[in-house]
Design a protein around this ligand. Structure first.
Ligand SMILES: [Zn+2]
Length: 320
């Protein structure tokens, strides 16, 4: 007798019936860049913009209308300084964007990225001491940024800086301010990756000297991902994250198999731009490549996916 797995692949209806993974619009988180200035295109990320606060409501309208339920804000301030003070300014660009967004769409889940690199004149994720990023001097500033974003209305705080101990410090600070119910989505496993290139254009956040290898992870390491995740969970992370996505699905799978905390995967700017570029050249079918990629992330164990394709994928999932 021949075993015939093809029986369950013969029609779309049967394939749907037996499918193990489904990609839902509620899994998707859309990153949004907001700028203290005029709306600008981002040349290395077609279709993605830096939105002014004036144009943000129209952008949000489309996002919400296709059913996307969560957004993740990044800010580009007018002025940058040594200590990244724009990150924890109650009138900073992200804080104003959050207030505006929650006013119009109170049910939209607003997540704010917490880091200093978009706000520091040197582009590093923490403050410098003799040209080295000082872990412990950076921690209180990250906590200040988190509190400032929550006061503005953020629903979830997402520290991306990769300083040691930051989840615990942020958790304690939030609790002291009475924000016990605000979850922390920690960029637990963030590799130092060349796939972030277009993001740095988008956020004007490329480091002015050196690189981020002294705080982001070395892509040769896997066990280190377990240590980072365990530490973040012990310090109070409610959601953990692996970043980037496709080249790191082995890591995502291991993290998902090892820990029960919900896992987010960040499908990063370089991954987005590669698909866009190939699609614009007519070399691949964009819709099917994107849906296949996002489904693969879920298969690896992601509960949620941060992707610049969220809005387009939401259209496609609706059959549009
Ligand atoms: Zn950073």
């Amino acid at each position: 007798m021949i075993r015939r797995p093809r029986r369950l692949r013969l029609t779309p209806q049967i394939r749907d019936l037996v499918s193990e993974i489904s990609l839902n619009v509620t899994d998707l988180i859309y990153p949004i860049f907001v700028i203290d200035g005029e709306t600008e295109d981002i040349p290395s990320m077609p279709n993605i913009k830096r939105y002014s606060l004036n144009d943000l409501p129209d952008a949000l309208k489309e996002i919400v209308s296709v059913g996307v339920k969560s957004v993740l804000f990044f800010g580009i301030p007018k002025e940058k300084d040594e200590t990244g003070s724009g990150a924890y300014d109650d009138n900073g660009i992200v804080q104003r964007a959050v207030r505006l967004t929650k006013e119009i769409y109170p049910d939209l889940i607003v997540i704010t990225d917490i880091c200093l690199c978009e706000y520091t004149s040197h582009g590093h994720c923490g403050i410098l001491e003799n040209s080295v990023v000082s872990n412990d001097q950076t921690l209180p500033l990250l906590a200040k940024a988190a509190i400032s974003c929550v006061r503005a209305g953020a629903d979830i705080i997402a520290p991306s800086d990769m300083m040691d101990g930051r989840v615990g410090v942020i958790r304690n600070s939030l609790d002291k301010e009475g924000f016990q119910n605000i979850p922390i989505m920690s960029y637990s496993v963030k590799y130092s990756s060349s796939f972030y290139g277009p993001f740095r254009d988008a956020a004007n956040s490329a480091p002015s000297f050196g690189d981020r290898k002294s705080y982001q992870m070395d892509y040769r390491n896997k066990k280190e991902a377990l240590i980072e995740t365990q530490l973040d969970i012990d310090e109070g992370a409610d959601i953990i994250m692996v970043k980037p996505a496709l080249p790191y699905l082995d890591i995502a799978k291991t993290i998902s198999d090892t820990f029960s905390v919900p896992l987010a995967i960040y499908h990063v700017s370089g991954e987005y731009s590669m698909i866009k570029a190939a699609a614009q050249n007519g070399w691949i079918d964009e819709k099917s490549v994107v849906l296949e990629s996002l489904t693969a992330m879920k298969r690896a164990g992601a509960k949620m996916i941060i992707t610049y394709y969220a809005v387009e994928a939401a259209h496609w999932l609706k059959g549009e």
